[in-house]
Ligand binder design. Structure first.
Ligand SMILES: [Zn+2]
Ligand SMILES: [Zn+2]
Length: 91
């Protein structure tokens, strides 16, 4: 019996001067944009900018009509209601 353990996690150094850090994936053209505030990673710089502008550090703007659940995305509310309050929605 052989047990294999692979601990090969490499953390890329992020320069503090930029508002976001870039990750290069397996391929060179596969870049990742990470929020320096919360660490969320986005595939497109545009998405990260939207996150920084509307999400990061902002108070939740949408809340569930059935429970105290709050989120920053309207889409998340409908998804939450679908998952958690299917009974209230009816057939
Ligand atoms: Zn963030
Ligand atoms: Zn709810």
């Amino acid at each position: 019996m052989l047990s294999q353990t692979s601990a090969g996690l490499a953390k890329p150094a992020s320069p503090a001067s930029t508002p976001y850090c870039l990750f290069s994936g397996a391929q060179q053209d596969e870049m990742r944009f990470a929020c320096s505030d919360c660490g969320k990673i986005y595939k497109h710089l545009r998405s990260l900018r939207t996150h920084l502008k509307f999400e990061c550090g902002k108070a939740p703007a949408f809340s569930c009509p059935y429970c105290p659940f709050q989120t920053k995305r309207k889409q998340q509310v409908s998804l939450h209601v679908k998952l958690k309050h299917r009974a209230q929605l009816g057939p």
